[in-house]
Design a protein around this ligand. Structure first.
Ligand code: HEC
Ligand code: HEC
Length: 205
């Protein structure tokens, strides 16, 4: 595949991503500064049917996008479009988006306030989950308040079934990740750990 002559990279954490992207397909232009929140709101109109008003999901198994780091949303959309991540419901919506659309959409959802979590955790599972988070230092990447940063997603208040499905998928490889860091973090987690972690995370503000 031909690489475009110009390639704008102004977000440092894009560098690693570009390395794995670089071999397979066209260089992406990652320029968070240029993203347009208002254009993103318009481009995200079809998304809220599943991802909820302002990206606060209420349907079972559906991820919230509100307050996700813009870089994370952008990179996941790229992965869906390039068929590196697949989902029968989600994939068709990523197919038609340009890099620019994805940047604008990422900026829009990053600017939305997360709703109070509508999930009531099982208290003993949540307590076990909290211990596991400390034990595995999940907050060193996902941030101590689990709000995410750059390409690393927000986990606080995320939908519980979605969290379980993603941790299983990252562990067994059915969801490929950008650079292998999360796949390796997931290897240590048992089925019970995954459930406990999801209960704790889904109930966080
Ligand atoms: C028909 C329902 C549906 C619609 C409409 C939809 N999505 Fe999704 N989306 C999903 C599902 C289901 C998943 C979770 C897929 C999985 O389990 O891996 C998802 C996952 C995502 C993720 C990954 C979240 C994460 O934290 O990794 C992003 C980003 C996303 N969607 C963005 C969008 C955008 C932007 C639009 C509109 C252009 C959109 N979606 C429209 C169903 C939908
Ligand atoms: C070394 C850094 C790192 C550590 C430690 C880490 N993660 Fe992650 N995690 C990531 C990255 C990066 C992603 C995005 C994966 C991708 O590329 O799709 C991610 C994704 C996830 C997702 C998917 C969320 C979504 O919105 O799709 C979950 C759930 C998750 N991590 C949970 C955890 C838990 C629980 C721990 C501790 C046991 C943990 N992570 C430790 C880096 C890390």
């Amino acid at each position: 595949m031909m690489l475009p002559a110009r390639c704008t990279v102004s977000v440092t954490s894009a560098d690693r991503v570009l390395r794995w992207l670089g071999a397979g397909f066209a260089c992406l232009s990652v320029n968070a500064g240029a993203a347009d929140v208002r254009a993103g709101a318009r481009k995200a109109e079809t998304c809220v049917a599943c991802h909820g008003p302002n990206g606060n999901a209420t349907l079972p198994g559906m991820p919230s996008l509100a307050a996700q780091p813009a870089m994370h949303t952008f990179l996941q959309l790229v992965q869906f479009r390039e068929k590196r991540r697949r989902d029968p419901q989600m994939s068709p919506f990523a197919e038609k988006l340009t890099d620019r659309d994805m940047q604008d959409i990422g900026a829009y959802f990053a600017a939305q306030r997360p709703a109070a979590p509508g999930f009531t955790a099982d208290a003993s599972k949540a307590a076990a989950g909290r211990k596991l988070l400390d034990l595995h230092h999940c907050g060193s990447c996902h941030m101590p308040d689990l709000s995410g940063q750059n390409q690393i997603p927000r986990l606080a208040g995320q939908n519980v079934e979605y969290l379980v499905k993603q941790m299983r998928g990252l562990k067994d490889g059915s969801r490929r990740d950008i650079d292998g860091t999360m796949a390796s973090a997931a290897q240590a987690l048992s089925e019970q750990d995954i459930e406990n972690l999801a209960h704790y995370l889904a109930s966080l503000k």
